[in-house]
Write a protein that binds this ligand. Structure first.
Ligand SMILES: *[C@@H]1O[C@H](CO)[C@@H](O)[C@H](O)[C@H]1NC(C)=O
Ligand SMILES: *[C@@H]1O[C@H](CO)[C@@H](O)[C@H](O)[C@H]1NC(C)=O
Length: 186
């Protein structure tokens, strides 16, 4: 009679194989939810829904670990900055603005141009594990979005900023990135 032990490792292998499929996606999607929940609890600038939707919509985020999520959040930041700079360029080109708006839009264009440089630096810092530098750079980008938005509120003038939604998105994405960084530092 042949001993049956060769089927035993196979059986173990099968369990591991199957469970790796079941276990990993659940764990990873929980990671987004858990991270966003923790961030929303600890930082009033992070909104759970926004954090979760943004991260989940990003390619490959379901399989990412915390380090990967951090990288994804900075990439989202970069797309946001780039897209908004392009949008402002468009606004300046395709519409006649009065002096008040023109000046502020030009200021925002400059702020977003700087933010592009800064977000590239933040990505490099992050990949080199210089998390303190990344923290400073991401904070600077959040300041840029605030400064842009505040420009439209100057002199008690509450005329609406044409960039409110975008500035807000950028700020919230920045806050999400910062919170992930904080979690990585322990
Ligand atoms: C900025 O990022 C947010 C969150 O990922 C997204 O909902 C929004 O569409 C982005 N905006 C732009 C202009 O890319
Ligand atoms: C307020 O904003 C409007 C925008 O149309 C502008 O015409 C006006 O000059 C602004 N007033 C002040 C005090 O900046």
């Amino acid at each position: 009679m042949k001993p049956n032990f060769s089927s035993f490792p196979l059986y173990i292998f099968f369990i591991l194989f199957v469970s790796s499929f079941i276990y990993v996606p659940i764990e990873a999607s929980n990671l987004i939810e858990e991270t966003c929940k923790r961030c929303a609890q600890n930082d009033p600038n992070v909104k759970y829904g926004f954090c979760k939707t943004s991260l989940q919509a990003a390619p490959a985020s379901q399989c990412a670990n915390l380090k990967g999520l951090g990288s994804i959040s900075i990439k989202l930041l970069r797309y946001n900055v780039t897209d908004t700079r392009c949008h402002i360029k468009h606004l300046l080109k395709n519409k006649k603005w009065d002096k008040y708006y023109l000046q502020r839009l030009n200021d925002c264009f400059e702020l977003y141009s700087d933010a592009i440089t800064t977000v590239k630096q933040a990505m490099n810092s992050y990949h080199d594990k210089r998390y303190d530098d990344a923290n400073i750079q991401i904070s600077a980008i959040m300041d840029d979005s605030n400064t842009c938005e505040d420009g439209f509120k100057e002199g008690g003038n509450s005329t609406s900023s044409p960039l409110s939604k975008r500035n807000e998105n950028l700020f919230e994405l920045g806050a999400t990135s910062l919170c992930i960084l904080m979690n990585m530092e322990g």
